[in-house]
Design a protein around this ligand. Sequence first.
Ligand code: HPA
Length: 274
Amino acid sequence: MQLYDQIQETVAFIRKHTDFAPEVGIILGTGLGNLAADIEVVCELNYADLPHFAAATVESHSGKLLLGNLCGRKVVCMAGRFHYYEGYTMQQVTFPVRVMKFLGIERIIISNAAGGTNSFYENGDLVFISDHINAHHENPLRGANDERLGPRFPDLLHTYDMQVNSIALDICRRQGFRAHEGVYYGLPGPNLETPSEYKMINTLGGDVVGMSTIPEVLVAKHSGLRITVASVVSNKCFPLDNLTETTIEEVIEVVTKAGEKLRTVVKELLGSVR
Ligand code: HPA
């Protein structure tokens, strides 16, 4: 079955449960699930029940698609996402973005936990992404292109919505949150990086480094969506002098705390951006 038809089947399945028409898609990253609690949920669907969604692994087992209202906006939210390092294909990782597009969203907000490779960044800082460097060896857009989904050669000059970034930075200034605009360096993981790799990423212009987001961004751009990505710095990676070992527990602890800031910013953003 063609990807286009799979998407239509999944959308038709969701439409049997609700006619709710979301305007904004949200993908919640590692440790950033708290925002989901603020949604007045109209319809909640388990990934496991959705046709063509990837079979759940342990980590994404609790994955749910939430449709509902958040700060006066109609949103569809992925509580739990698929990571490439878990073994999913690029198509499986990005399929939900296609589905959200056909549910009607015009913009997408993606959050993630990331290592800070800019020497000025501290743990817990928020970084609104202005550009990216893609170091994945696979691409979700590879293969025959279906023009109904997007163009063969999507241009990436204006990938990130800079207007939203500037509003987000204003909100952070007002709230007293440390925040920056920066470049996301995306690679497949699951290992973290060697000191020399962190140095390379810094030298190449990467301000943060992470293992998600790029596949979803490529498909979102292919789909014509307006894109906002917010990273939370979970571990300071540069300069190398004070580098310490990083565990997933530490990442989750730092990000869960800082996630409260992001929760505030995203809610204010939804209220102010059309
Ligand atoms: N490297 C890659 N991905 C990450 C990191 C990191 O240091 N921290 C959180 N996600």
